[in-house]
Design a protein around this ligand. Structure first.
Ligand code: SF4
Length: 276
């Protein structure tokens, strides 16, 4: 999508707690993102939420959305394996915007069954095991959390990884529309907006991380790697660096994870797994 060009950006409406911050100088990407946020609000109204993992992009989207609509709900997925620094930035964002972030958590019975069958660090064993963990800790709770939500904002950008190169700003392929106002932002756009607005930053960026997820599945990157190379770094480069709502085109891995999931759900329910 091409960026929207607006000669005179609309004035910033900001919450009381950030009223003393100056307007960013980088007008074009900011204006484009504001246009997207405004269009989403016209279409979806109060059923819109922000889904945040508290990376820089998520904090920017939160800032843009709450500037336009301070009562918008902000949700995050707490998988039970996120780093302590993530909990700290959640608290920091809550203080800054005077909001209570809503935590989506996995079903404890499903987690217990998975761990009993495969161990807590099963993701190291194979791609299907990793997908199973992401399914139990992320995809299934997220599907429950988004139930009844018409649309949600994310901080996804096309430049983050090859697997995100063709994301849509308005992705209408699922029941809840996924909206990515920063889809065409560059890393420089992100850093500039963060700096100019004085936004809180996740502490792990200072340690060389460029994409931050669960603690055991994320490492800092080295020069030349794409921004999501630190996610599940032990897997082959062909493995999709995503977490399950859009599984790999690798049909074998998808079928295997489906079998593993059926076994976990059967164990959690106290019944033997049925073959497909
Ligand atoms: S990122 Fe790692 S720990 Fe987190 S849900 Fe996926 S496999 Fe499990």
């Amino acid at each position: 999508m091409s960026r929207v060009r607006i000669p005179s950006p609309a004035p910033i409406t900001i919450s009381n707690s950030v009223h003393n911050l100056r307007k960013p100088d980088s007008v074009e990407p900011v204006a484009s993102a504001r246009e997207i946020v405004a269009a989403a609000m016209r279409e979806f109204g109060s059923s819109l939420i922000v889904l945040s993992s508290f990376q820089r992009e998520d904090v920017i989207v939160t800032d843009l959305v709450l500037s336009a609509s301070p009562s918008t709900r902000v949700l995050t997925l707490d998988t039970g394996r996120v780093p302590e620094a993530t909990h700290r930035i959640v608290a920091e964002v809550e203080r800054r915007y005077a909001i209570a972030v809503e935590r989506i958590v996995p079903d404890p019975a499903e987690v217990d069954a998975m761990v009993a069958l495969h161990g807590i660090d099963l993701f190291r064993d194979s791609v299907p095991d990793r997908m199973l963990c992401c399914d139990i800790r992320k995809s299934r709770p997220l599907a429950r959390g988004l139930s009844g939500v018409a649309a949600y904002f994310t901080g996804l950008r096309r430049a983050q990884a090859k697997s995100r190169a063709s994301i849509e700003v308005f992705d209408r392929s699922a029941a809840s529309v996924k909206i990515s106002p920063l889809a065409d932002w560059t890393t420089e756009d992100v850093l500039r907006y963060t700096r100019e607005r004085g936004l809180p930053e996740h502490a792990l960026y200072a340690a060389g991380y460029t994409s931050i997820g669960c603690d055991p599945c994320t490492r800092p990157i080295v020069a030349g790697e794409d921004e999501r190379a630190g996610r599940w770094w032990w897997e082959s480069p062909e493995a999709v660096k995503e977490c399950g709502l859009h599984f790999s085109a690798d049909g074998r891995a998808e079928r295997t994870v489906d079998v593993l999931l059926r076994e976990v759900l059967a164990a959690q329910a106290g019944a033997p797994a049925q073959s497909a």
